[in-house]
Design a protein around this ligand. Sequence first.
Ligand SMILES: NC(=O)c1ccc[n+]([C@@H]2O[C@H](COP(=O)([O-])OP(=O)(O)OC[C@H]3O[C@@H](n4cnc5c(N)ncnc54)[C@H](O)[C@@H]3O)[C@@H](O)[C@H]2O)c1
Length: 311
Amino acid sequence: MKRILVTGGAGFVGSHLCERLLNEGNDVICLDNYFTGSKENVVHLLDNPYFELVRHDITEPFFAEVDEIYNMACPASPVHYQYNPIKTIKTSVMGAINTLGLAKRVKAKILQASTSEVYGDPTVHPQPESYWGNVNPIGVRSCYDEGKRCAETLFMDYHSQNDVAIKIIRIFNTYGPRMNPNDGRVVSNFIMQALRGEDITIFGDGTQTRSFQYVDDLVEGTIRMMQSTPDFLGPVNLGNPNEFTMLELAEAVIRLTNSKSKLIFMPLPQDDPKQRQPDISLAKEKLDGWKPQIELEEGLTKTISYFETKL
Ligand SMILES: NC(=O)c1ccc[n+]([C@@H]2O[C@H](COP(=O)([O-])OP(=O)(O)OC[C@H]3O[C@@H](n4cnc5c(N)ncnc54)[C@H](O)[C@@H]3O)[C@@H](O)[C@H]2O)c1
């Protein structure tokens, strides 16, 4: 039985990861300060004697004897990470320093949840891991993008300087049950607006594209990455390469919810990337042929069922 620490474990992705790791017979410590996550996301795990829930802020050092660390703690949606930008960058940078320090001390393997935001508004399409990105260092998204870039640097430096066993994944837009309904992300916005019969807000003209990965596909890729050969550190992209325009997404949500909502158009927010699509060839090659299995319709249907319980 492995002892595994999941920081941000009470969040959307973290809670699915904790659940899967427990189901595979591991001993899981879920650490969270409940900034964007909640006990409700993991309440169903509390009866399991191998699950421990710890209220802790990762900007402060934490100590536990563990074999593996998944560092997921960080608000992920623009409304939440822009609410307190200084705290966001502290969570990424000091959170990385504290978890890497722990990994070094107890000789644990550690995985960093990085993001496609490290590519900024990309000039290369789709984005391979070798692309260095096009990030505005002083814009409204910088607290998140630059914090995550700095965390990647720290991971690489702890590996080269202190021989810590590290792994880095770059997560592209992910959705599914337990997303926060009020996080302002496009999938949750569209579904909540459609279920309430409100107008669906499209920023820009709706032709900008995104790719959407269902959470189970991400969790599978994340665990495969942790178990990959020691010489493969990443970063590796985990995302669904199927691209959809915002208009296509809105139409799919309206159809699947049988909603009568109308589309309305608003100005694009600052620094909003026009296109984002992962190149997943490296993940396929290094993670035993990993690729997303869940199509958008299937994933949206499961997510809509969850949001119906939140109305
Ligand atoms: N969901 C996505 O589309 C996506 C895309 C790219 C990267 N990611 C990354 O994946 C990770 C999980 O994202 P998510 O979508 O589940 O977001 P989330 O906001 O639901 O989860 C983040 C969790 O971290 C916790 N947290 C935040 N600051 C903390 C702190 N200082 N100390 C302890 N806990 C703290 C929150 O309370 C929450 O439970 C994040 O690191 C995020 O940057 C997610």
